[in-house]
Design a protein around this ligand. Structure first.
Ligand code: MN
Length: 227
């Protein structure tokens, strides 16, 4: 036993639909990937993609509730397709990218929008707006072997049963292979990494007591309650 000062934290893991657990290493997120959401945020559709990250232990699984976070009064939902990487690689060619994908899930990129607005205006990092505790509820991972590699299908989010977000995976500006190829030019991707691929239009605030359900046709769902 190594001489650790304290017991190392167990890896955060996500249930796999067919059984077993997917141990999370890193969580990358695409900043903008659906034209209608880019327009609602007042940005230029033609900009190249950019990435930010959340800590692995921001992931929340099993439909568990999340706390309304501190330091915000504008806590937003963003429903996203989550890509689960199953094979290491750097400088991955788009043509080979899908061989690095283990599976997919539906996830939420929860955002302190007011802090993000301040960070954007000041040219500061987004960590405190995006990478806070419990900011990434994620549903069960479906292996690509079982569901294939979805390129179209509805991606939706409802709050208390009322639909707030709706888009189609086919509307993503950067496809999953293109996103993997681009991101892997900057960092080595490894098994256990997740990529949250951006959200469609309709983002908005939630309050304590709200029940959130995200769904992606052919992939799955994610649920949480704001406590
Ligand atoms: Mn997002």
């Amino acid at each position: 036993m190594a001489d650790f000062l304290f017991e190392p934290h167990a890896p955060v893991s996500i249930p796999i639909a067919r059984g077993g657990l997917f141990a999370v290493r890193r969580v990358y997120c695409v900043g903008r990937n659906y034209a209608e959401h880019i327009k609602e945020m007042g940005n230029d559709v033609k900009d190249p993609p950019f990435f930010f990250a959340k800590p692995a232990d921001a992931v929340v699984v099993g439909g568990a509730g999340i706390d309304y976070p501190p330091q915000t009064s504008d806590f937003h939902h963003e429903v996203e397709l989550v890509v689960a990487i199953g094979k290491d690689g750097a400088d991955i060619a788009a043509e080979d990218a899908l061989t690095h994908v283990y599976g997919y899930a539906c996830g939420l990129d929860m955002t302190r929008r007011d802090l993000q607005a301040v960070a954007k205006k000041a040219g500061r990092p987004w960590e405190m707006a995006k990478g806070f505790d419990q900011s990434a509820p994620i549903g069960t991972i479906e292996p690509a072997e079982a569901i294939g590699h979805p390129t179209s299908g509805a991606i939706t989010l409802s709050v208390n049963g009322e639909e707030r977000q709706r888009g189609d995976l086919g509307d993503q500006i950067w496809s999953v292979p293109e996103t993997i190829a681009y991101l892997s030019q900057f960092v080595t991707l490894r098994a256990g990494d997740l990529i949250m691929t951006g959200t469609p239009a309709g983002v908005g605030p939630v309050v304590r007591g709200d029940r959130i359900e995200g769904a992606i046709a052919g992939v799955g769902t994610v649920r949480t309650v704001i406590g």
